[in-house]
Design a protein around this ligand. Structure first.
Ligand code: SF4
Length: 382
């Protein structure tokens, strides 16, 4: 054997190239993929229609592609969805899926039907690092970001499984990224997923029907406004820094003054009809008093606002209680009278733990918050 032959002999085998999961490619990335394998760009829209609109995941069924191309796709690519570990239907029509990721982690997606819309709430991360004190997801700590394919798979599966129901009103008309995780801390994958949701060759949702929610990661809000036009929701929950530091700890890094300035900048970058949705979880004796409503009006002055009031949904060991009906209606009356568009969110899917803040289900409390908050916190003073 010559020296060269010997060298070849001892070369380690190249690791097999992972097939690309086409589920997670937006139009530009899909076009790059096709030009990369020597095909024309228009194949991208053909593939997107097959995957997202026809729900086809087997290349052999894509009958407007040549046999050669189908074989080539089977070699270089795949269309891989998450596995449904549990599928639950609430008596109010809310449907929740527990989805298993390839690494064994789990996430959840929830479909919430209403008279005039069907909203799918999707997750962006496994767990969450932001540790909001009233949130059951925050308890499991942060595990990892979801890939774009893992975010889109929630939409694909929900659309597919709802269609199988063959019932009127069971269609996704809106997507909110308000499930597990902080979407703006998984920025690139979130933006790419939103582009797929809004693409006419995929789900074709208008920019007013896709909402990304943030607890207030200010630099990422600025970046988001620069790259995409869609709805933004801000999880506010408190009207002053002292209380917000407690409820939404990321406030210590980006306090209310900076957050409100970022909201104004975001609105200025969007079209004139935009407004920001503010989420406000109402906790008895903590943030549900008339003076908080008045502080809220002052804080949001000049920002086009849709206010979502969310009466807290207690879960075991949360340390908080739901506000009284009186407190909620008194609070929303004050906002209404000040001219603020205000909606009191109904609790949905309570019997299947699908309501806000319950998404993590019965999970391990890695943050040990149950110990920190062993004492009940209702009636807490600021
Ligand atoms: S409320 Fe949202 S940002 Fe806060 S811990 Fe829960 S999932 Fe994370």
């Amino acid at each position: 054997m010559t020296e060269v032959q010997q060298q070849i002999e001892i070369q380690p085998l190249k690791p097999a190239v992972q097939p690309v999961n086409l589920l997670g490619l937006d139009r530009a990335a899909m076009e790059d993929f096709f030009t990369g394998i020597g095909e024309k760009k228009f194949r991208a829209t053909q593939l997107m229609k097959w995957i997202h609109q026809q729900g086809v995941v087997d290349f052999q069924q894509m009958n407007n592609l040549s046999k050669d191309l189908r074989t080539q796709l089977a070699e270089h690519a795949c269309i891989k969805n998450l596995e449904v570990a549990k599928d639950q239907l609430s008596i109010d029509g809310t449907r929740k899926w527990l989805l298993r990721l390839p690494d064994g982690n789990h996430i959840e997606a929830v479909f919430i039907p209403e008279d005039d819309r069907g909203t799918l709430c999707v997750s962006s991360q496994v767990g969450c690092a932001l540790d909001c004190s009233f949130c059951s997801t925050g308890r499991q700590g942060f595990n990892r970001n979801l890939s774009t394919a893992e975010i889109i798979s929630q939409v694909w599966l929900a659309a597919h499984l709802l269609e199988e129901e063959k019932k009127p009103g069971r269609k996704i008309t809106n997507v909110v990224m308000m499930g597990m995780g902080e979407p703006l801390l998984n920025f690139d994958n979130t933006v790419q997923a939103v582009r797929i949701m809004m693409d006419d060759f995929a789900y074709g949702l208008s920019k007013r029907r896709v909402t990304v929610s943030t607890a207030g990661v200010v630099p990422a809000m600025d970046r988001l406004g620069d790259v995409i036009d869609m709805r933004l929701a801000v999880s506010l929950h408190a009207t002053n820094d002292a209380l917000r530091n407690e409820l939404v700890p990321v406030n210590k890094k980006y306090p209310l003054k900076e957050l409100m300035a970022a909201c104004r900048r975001f609105i200025n970058k969007q079209n004139t009809r935009s407004r920001i949705t503010f989420e406000y979880v109402m906790l008895e004796g903590v943030n549900d008093r008339p003076e908080h409503a008045r502080e809220l009006i002052k804080l949001l002055k000049g920002i086009p606002t849709l206010m979502n009031l969310i009466p807290f949904n207690p879960f075991e060991g949360s340390g908080y209680r739901a506000p009284s009906r009186n407190a909620v209606s008194r609070f929303s009356d004050i906002l209404h009278k000040a001219g603020m568009t205000t909606v009191v969110r109904k609790t949905r899917g309570d019997d299947i733990d699908a309501a806000c803040g319950q998404l993590a289900g019965k999970i391990e409390d890695k943050s040990r918050r149950h110990r920190r908050f062993a004492e009940p916190r209702f009636g807490m003073e600021q």
